[in-house]
Design a protein around this ligand. Structure first.
Ligand code: FES
Length: 128
C-alpha cells in the first residue's frame, strides 16, 4: 500500500473502528504530540496525535508533498517551539488545528485529518 493510499485512512486495512483509543489525553503534554501505529506488517496505519490547549487532533502521518511520513518512528514531528507540525524531509509546516500547510513545498494542502473525541480522559476515534 502506497503512502498516497494511506491518505485515505478509512480505506486502510487497519482503519480503526469507532471508539478505538489512541492514547490518554494527559500523555500529550502541553502542545505536544505522539505517533500511534495501528496494525502490523509492511503498511500499518501511522497516525499523529497532537494537542493544542484542551483539544486533541489526529492526522495520518503522511506528508501531502511526497506522501512520506513527516518523521520516522521515534523522531519528532513538531517544531522546536511546538508551534507547528513539520515534515523532516523538506520542512513543510502544518497547523495543529486542521493540518493545513502554511509554508513549504505543499503549501495550501493539508494532512489527512482523522476525527477524534475525548471521553473520560482518553483520545479515541470518532468515525462519522
Ligand atoms: S515530503 Fe514533506 S515537505 Fe517534502
Amino acid at each position: 500500500m502506497s503512502w498516497e493510499d494511506q491518505m485515505r485512512w478509512h480505506e486502510h486495512p487497519a482503519a480503526p473502528v469507532d471508539g478505538t483509543v489512541l492514547c490518554r489525553f494527559d500523555e500529550l503534554s502541553g502542545d505536544d504530540g505522539r505517533e500511534v501505529v495501528i496494525g502490523a506488517g509492511d503498511a500499518p496505519l501511522r497516525l499523529l496525535v497532537v494537542r493544542r490547549g484542551d483539544q486533541a487532533f489526529a492526522y495520518v502521518n503522511c506528508c501531502p508533498h511526497h506522501y512520506i511520513p513527516l518523521a520516522e518512528e521515534g523522531e519528532t514531528f513538531l517544531t522546536y517551539d511546538r508551534s507547528w507540525m513539520i515534515c523532516s524531509a523538506h520542512g513543510a509546516v502544518f497547523r495543529y488545528e486542521d493540518g493545513f500547510c502554511e509554508d513549504g513545498p505543499c503549501m495550501g494542502k493539508s494532512l489527512q485529518a482523522v476525527p477524534v473525541e475525548q471521553v473520560d480522559g482518553v483520545v479515541r476515534i470518532k468515525r462519522p
